[in-house]
Design a protein around this ligand. Sequence first.
Ligand SMILES: NC(=O)c1ccc[n+]([C@@H]2O[C@H](COP(=O)([O-])OP(=O)(O)OC[C@H]3O[C@@H](n4cnc5c(N)ncnc54)[C@H](OP(=O)(O)O)[C@@H]3O)[C@@H](O)[C@H]2O)c1
Length: 329
Amino acid sequence: MSNKVAVITGGTAGVGFETCVQLASLEESRFKKIYITSRSSSGAEKAIKSIREKTSCPEDMFGFLTLDLSSPKSCADFVENLPDSIDVMVLNAGSISLKSLQEKTETGVTKNFHAGCIGTAIIAENLLSSGKLNKGGRMFYAAGEVQRSVWLFTGFQPFPVWDKSKTAIYPSTPPTSIFGGVMGVRSMIAGMQNYKTFMSLYMSKLARENPDYYIYSVSPGGTITGLYDTWGQPLKFLVKFAPTRALFIALGAVHKVDKAGKRYVEAMSGPSFTENFKSGTIVMGKGVFGTAGKLSDCTKQRKEFGDFEAQDLAAEVLREEMKKVLDAV
Ligand SMILES: NC(=O)c1ccc[n+]([C@@H]2O[C@H](COP(=O)([O-])OP(=O)(O)OC[C@H]3O[C@@H](n4cnc5c(N)ncnc54)[C@H](OP(=O)(O)O)[C@@H]3O)[C@@H](O)[C@H]2O)c1
């Protein structure tokens, strides 16, 4: 991988930033160039300066491109502005904002669906059609264990069930129905499950359509980042309060950000990753109780992930939504 080019959407904070620090610290398997994105140039400059201070990477190892996932035009322009030859694309940017789980855009979809699914899918679709991702290249989307339930956080809810018949009307009626759960966490988890699962199903469909590439959904695992700032109480307090945070880590409910970054580094450049997981796989931590631990093929825990019909439906809906928003630009 020593001469390769990677792009990590986000990269200014949380898992993306930690991934960049780890990549910049590697003696071998070093990427020649890594582009990060941000909604603000000052945020990106600050992040790149900080990566340089923490590592001894070459001065020109990191570059920056503007990206705002909530703007379809920004997503399309981003792909236009990418260099012609890319080896790895990490579709990491986006946060699970609780507010955007409820708030809707003018087109009637939730803000999380708009940025997390439509915006991200525009990048994936345009990148493949542009030919800028080199054959044999890797692209993965930031999935989450929440997609197949995290018992510790959700009050021991059983596995969610994806109702295919509701896919077409998704943004208004989520296909996943879940039972059990405590303290309002259940509806929050359902909201996340829906948009993350939708996007992962679409990625698996892309993998079937594009056999020349390695395309995945990969979860970094739960890790306490700025993402939790939008969470409601008491969860926000529990994850930020040092003793409970330490307890969550000890229980394997979440892990430290370096472990999350390590998962990305492995998926981006680990030689055994593509041998262990066939393209199209949704890869995440094995334990149902928490989000940390060894990576595994999540289809074994939630069979809908390997369901071609569910993947086709999600891709069909997403492509219609993409067309709608791009036509309106
Ligand atoms: N942390 C976890 O527990 C966890 C678990 C499973 C999955 N994930 C997934 O991992 C990914 C990274 O999470 P994180 O915890 O690292 O989040 P984070 O600390 O909140 O960082 C989010 C990154 O995304 C960028 N971003 C946010 N909204 C954006 C938008 N509308 N358009 C463009 N860029 C945007 C931010 O860049 P700027 O602000 O500079 O624009 C920032 O670099 C997310 O997709 C998340 O869903 C996280």
